[in-house]
Write a protein that binds this ligand. Structure first.
Ligand SMILES: Cc1ncc(COP(=O)(O)O)c(C=O)c1O
Length: 460
């Protein structure tokens, strides 16, 4: 008979021998255990030893309604029993139809058409392919370039990677798909001095940089601009007031599509179904994934305007693109059950009512010498760590390596708060708890962060 300890040891050996973790230095686990999360309930998850963790990042910005929701699990099981699979190539199935209609009803303006994928990268990839084919169909075949922001992450497949603004994760896969063009992001904490004390002027400058990029590249060669409502990579950069309105004007002036990449920001993360609603702009395409099912099953997609669909809707035209599992019946059924919970429990209302409390609780940490900036919106926050608060001096590469990978990531996890410690821009800790959280969860996060950050500063 094997004891539970033996079973855990065998599992560890198999994890180290057979499993390849994503974006992970596998060498990290040469001398330590691979963390194994075995179950979840509400805002908490539990490891193989039964230890409890507050899910500070909703897994990976995914678990909006929290863990262990039986009604979603049952909706998936029912659908698998009835129709586990049929493709959305030439055919439809009822749950894809119902979900497309529901998403079209929730989406802003004339975004009425849903093209499903299985992930965020595929959604971004699909949207670029759509933009390219659309412009060929309407007689503007030279438009293929895409503009996005410094340090922004838009996915890991080759097209999405070309839109991504993170040099380090692109270099091993060069040459990139041609056409990716970069502009400044909206990191006001690191704004250029000439707009450094005027948020609105900074926003207009950053938006106008998009126009300058379009003119530099040649307006007739640019297909689309990709922006997240709040940029994730770099540590939650909200848009300055007026930024998106200016970007919309610029896109209209040059006939360029505006893609709102809402893989993180949709489905309540910012207190609205879509981030574009919160900031009052109308995109031509919204890409989504993650929170649409709260992770109970993989699903992504893009919501597209009537105008964009029009050239594909007559004669022999069709969008020459497809993915076997896109809009999977089980995922679609689970997405519908997920959205039912959003409505029943007014999760958007919960985020809107509590986001000021979340911010205020995190802002208590500003009394620590290592905390330079707290920024974000809704349930989506970044804490920038600095070496010198007065000058905003950041850490060297070696210091950052020790601070984030050597100390903070393992210590926060050990202290019961899995979240993200990232230095793809300047060093930040990111928090994005499930949307069911309230003040008691914010207090728990603050206390863990305070203890661990105080210790980090002492050891620096
Ligand atoms: C804004 C954005 N776009 C695209 C993606 C890629 O999504 P996925 O990992 O589901 O492929 C991500 C993932 O975090 C993202 O944050």
């Amino acid at each position: 008979m094997t004891s539970s300890l033996d079973a855990i040891t065998t599992e560890q050996e198999a994890a180290k021998r057979n499993l390849w973790l994503h974006f992970t230095r596998m060498s990290t686990y040469a001398d330590s255990d691979v963390p194994v999360i075995v179950r979840g309930s509400g805002a908490y998850v539990y490891d193989q030893h039964g230890k409890r963790y507050l899910d500070g990042l909703s897994g990976l910005f995914v678990s909006q309604v929290g863990h262990g929701r039986q009604e979603i699990a049952e909706a998936g099981a029912r659908q698998a029993g009835e129709l586990a699979y049929f493709p959305l190539w030439s055919y439809a199935h009822p749950k894809a139809i119902e979900l497309a209609q529901r998403l079209a009803d929730l989406a802003p303006g004339d975004l009425n058409r849903v093209f499903f994928t299985t992930s965020g990268s595929e959604a971004v990839e699909s949207s670029w392919k759509l933009a390219k084919q659309y412009f060929k169909l309407i007689g503007q075949p030279d438009r293929y370039k895409v503009i996005s922001r410094d340090i922004a992450y838009h996915g890991s497949s080759m097209g999405a990677l070309a839109i991504t603004g993170l040099a380090d994760i692109k270099y091993p896969f060069e040459p990139m798909t041609p056409g990716g063009v970069r502009v400044p992001n909206t990191n006001f904490y690191r704004a250029p001095a000439f707009v450094g004390d005027d948020l609105e002027a900074f926003g207009i400058w950053a938006a106008d940089e998009i126009e300058r990029a379009i003119l530099r590249e040649g307006p007739r060669s640019v297909a689309a601009v990709y922006l997240e409502p709040v940029q994730n990579s770099g540590g939650c950069f909200p848009p300055p007031p007026g930024y998106f309105q200016r970007v919309r004007e610029i896109c209209d002036r040059y006939g360029v599509l505006l893609v709102s990449d809402e893989v993180i920001c949709a489905f309540g993360r910012l207190g609205y179904y879509f981030g574009a609603e919160r900031y009052g702009y109308q995109p031509d395409i919204i890409t989504f994934a993650k929170g649409v099912t709260s992770g109970y099953s993989p699903l992504g997609g893009m919501l597209v305007s009537d105008a964009l669909m029009e050239p594909f809707s007559s004669g022999t035209a069709s969008f020459l693109h497809g993915i076997t599992f896109a809009g999977h019946p089980v995922s679609a059924a689970m997405a519908l059950a997920n959205l039912d919970i959003f409505e029943k429990e007014d999760l958007l209302g919960n985020v809107r009512a509590n986001e000021a409390g979340f911010r205020a609780t995190l802002e208590k940490l500003l009394d620590l010498p290592i905390v330079g900036d707290i920024r974000g919106a809704g349930y989506f926050y970044g804490i920038e760590l600095v070496k010198d608060k007065a000058t905003r001096e950041t850490f060297s590469d070696d210091e950052s390596e020790w601070l984030l990978r050597g100390f903070l990531s393992p210590s926060l996890f050990d202290a019961g708060l899995p979240c993200r410690c990232d230095d793809r821009g300047d060093p930040v800790i990111q928090l994005a708890p499930p949307l069911i959280c309230g003040q008691e969860h914010f207090d728990e996060m603050e206390q863990i962060l305070r203890t661990v950050l105080t210790e980090a500063w002492t050891r620096m």
